[in-house]
Design a protein around this ligand. Structure first.
Ligand SMILES: *Cc1c(COP(=O)(O)O)cnc(C)c1O
Length: 481
């Protein structure tokens, strides 16, 4: 059945309806400053059921991990356990003001301190800052730290940052924002960095390499140590894009293979909710050498058990964000890590890889795969169907929605034609994975028998095919009244 978009609240408004009765004023009345007074505010007038129905209905127009399978590659759309939310809603956390003095904030500070320690343990790094609010902001932090490091040594002629062609778009954007020049490094036929091209580009004008491992093809960068050594030999540093850390949990610590600084996406790897623009959290972990440049404040303590206090690293690049990062996300990630423990984290990383390889082994019989290697937590297929030449990835993606499955990431990475990037995550069971394969089989059959059906999909969504370019360029976020 087609879900309908409910009329805007403004359109449902009727004079005199109300959803709340305000309590009697219990403080002396005083005049509102004149410049804050408006005659006409034009707010909708509605009853409580009107409001509840409206918001419940619009919430159901969306796909979410709580309602549907969501194999959106590189985004790690794993289930967000409800216990995380329960912990983040504890009154002691929710009611805690960020400007409360340290002596009265010991519980929250201890949580931040222990989370810093856990992230350092998982990644093998020396120090962690919880400040950045997103993966992209973590990247920016890391590259600014690398820049500050080179500058502190008087090494100011380095202008370039190398980035493999499979990288996420935030990598070159970060580099440009940090005042460096992004230089693309090609991948080889196996989906690794092309070592020959890389080594040719590796000289004393290079400040850093940004590398994602496993990369966005879902492949482990097989000669990572050779790559990081070559960088270090020419005086450059290595930034690790840690968005794909889920695949490595408990098996590989990025610090051990020569990464100098990396970010985590707590909203991917550690199950804090994401989508819809946030809030996220992108803590940054680094070596002892770069630790003085981390953004503050960082929680420190001089002896086991506290007291805990905030401290700013000596040569800090400065703050990234007001207060202490997105604290509610830190509580959720901390809960998730404690709930699993070390062996549980390793197991979930392994299951993420197992699920992806299981799906890959079934889907490679249906769709072309450019790289035949064993994958990590995700893999990239091509959306071309034998015997249905005019069908494109977008047709498959849109038709999946009709069957109640979110589409994989499409047309990314750019180096695979008609890419469909599939990441099931560890939180899906075999039954769901099999159901996904069956739906793909059905869609492939439809493609061969009735391609028009796919070109017109989706049918079950409130909106059909959107003009995506227009939606980006002329985004409308306000209801006109
Ligand atoms: C998600 C992702 C990012 C960006 O993270 P945000 O939290 O969305 O800013 C960067 N790199 C890779 C590989 C990603 O998958």
């Amino acid at each position: 059945m087609n879900k309908l978009i409910p009329p805007l609240l403004y359109e449902q408004s009727e004079p005199g309806r109300r959803a709340a009765i305000l309590p009697e004023c219990d403080v002396p009345a005083s005049a509102v400053p004149e410049d804050l007074v408006r005659e006409e505010v034009n707010l909708p007038e509605l009853s409580e059921p009107d409001v509840v129905r409206y918001f419940t209905q619009i919430s159901q127009l969306n796909f979410s991990i709580d309602t549907n399978f969501y194999p959106l590659g590189s985004c790690t759309m794993k289930y967000n356990p409800k216990v995380n939310d329960a912990m983040a809603s504890l009154p002691g956390f929710v009611g805690h003001h960020p400007l409360q003095q340290e002596a009265l904030s010991q519980g929250s500070l201890e949580l931040m301190y222990r989370l810093q320690e856990q992230l350092a343990t998982v990644s093998g790094f020396h120090s962690v800052s919880l400040q950045p609010a997103a993966g992209a902001q973590g990247e920016f932090t890391g590259i600014m730290m690398i820049r500050a490091y080179h500058e502190a040594r008087g090494d100011t002629d380095r202008r370039k940052v190398l980035i493999p062609d499979s990288a996420h778009g935030t990598n070159p954007a970060t580099v440009t924002m940090a005042g460096y020049e992004p230089v693309e490094v090609p991948s080889d036929a196996n989906g690794n960095i092309d070592l020959k091209a890389f080594k040719e580009g590796c000289d004393d004008t290079v400040a850093a390499l940004m590398i994602t491992n496993p990369n966005t093809l879902g492949l482990f960068e097989e000669r990572i140590e050779e790559v990081t050594s070559a960088l270090h030999e020419c005086g450059a540093l290595v930034y690790g894009d840690g968005a794909n850390m889920n695949a490595l949990l408990g098996t590989l610590r990025p610090a051990d293979v020569g990464i100098d600084v990396m970010h985590f996406n707590l909203h991917k790897t550690f199950s804090t909710p994401h989508g819809g623009g946030g809030p996220g959290a992108g803590p940054v972990a680094t070596t002892e050498q770069l630790a003085p440049f981390l953004p503050g404040p960082i929680v420190a303590c001089d002896q086991e058990g506290g007291p805990y206090y905030f401290s700013d690293p000596r040569q800090s690049i400065g703050r990234l964000k007001l207060h202490h990062g997105n604290f509610g996300m830190l509580v959720r990630a901390f809960t998730y890590i404690l709930m699993h423990g070390a062996s549980g984290l390793r197991e979930l990383g392994e299951n993420a890889v197992l699920n992806a390889n299981y799906l890959k082994s079934r889907i490679e019989k249906l769709l072309p795969l450019k790289y035949k290697r064993r994958c990590m937590h995700e893999f990239v297929a091509g959306g071309r169907i034998e015997g249905a030449d005019e069908i494109r990835t977008m047709d498959i993606a849109k038709r999946l929605l009709d069957y109640g499955m979110h589409a994989p990431t499409v047309y990314f990475p750019l180096i695979v034609k008609e890419a469909l990037m599939i990441e099931p995550t560890e939180s899906e069971n075999k039954r769901t994975l099999d159901a996904f394969v069956e739906v793909l089989e059905t869609i492939i059959k439809e493609a061969r028998e009735n391609p028009e059906l796919l070109h017109e999909a989706p049918y079950a969504m409130p909106l059909r095919r959107l003009d995506e370019v227009k939606a980006v360029k002329e985004l409308i976020l306000r209801a006109e009244t």
